[in-house]
Ligand binder design. Structure first.
Ligand code: SF4
Length: 122
């Protein structure tokens, strides 16, 4: 058996979690969580950790001149792909206008997940 101590990042309470793993790596229990989201987070974090990635990319042709648009992955990506995603985003510039929800990079870093804009830039 193995125990892993984590902090739940789903809300500002930051509950300290203890995840107990069996010899085969399966989750036996999660304790310390105040709500079910912590249980789900603890189980996922030790078996398949994922994250939303946020960043910003340059926009050409914006009315305001040089501009940046904030972006994020449309859903969680595997934690191990974060650096690949950031590296992929650094290569792109989008052309104005850009609207919330527009795909600024499809299949970012081969994850199968799109990078989308989170603000409007005219
Ligand atoms: S377990 Fe629930 S209450 Fe605690 S930090 Fe996670 S989401 Fe917040």
């Amino acid at each position: 058996m193995e125990e892993r101590n984590l902090i739940c990042i789903n809300c500002p309470m930051g509950c300290p979690l203890t995840v107990t793993l069996g010899d085969d790596g399966s989750v036996i229990s999660v304790t310390g969580n105040t709500c079910p989201r912590g249980d789900a987070y603890g189980r996922k974090e030790v078996t398949n950790p994922t994250r939303i990635v946020t960043s910003s990319v340059p926009v050409s042709g914006a009315k305001s001149g040089m501009a940046m648009v904030s972006v994020k992955t449309a859903s969680d990506i595997p934690k191990g792909k974060i650096f690949d995603v950031v590296s992929d985003i650094k290569k792109i510039t989008v052309t104005a206008p850009v609207h919330i929800g527009d795909i600024v990079k499809a299949n970012v870093a081969g994850t199968g997940i799109d990078m989308i804009a989170t603000r409007d830039v005219e």
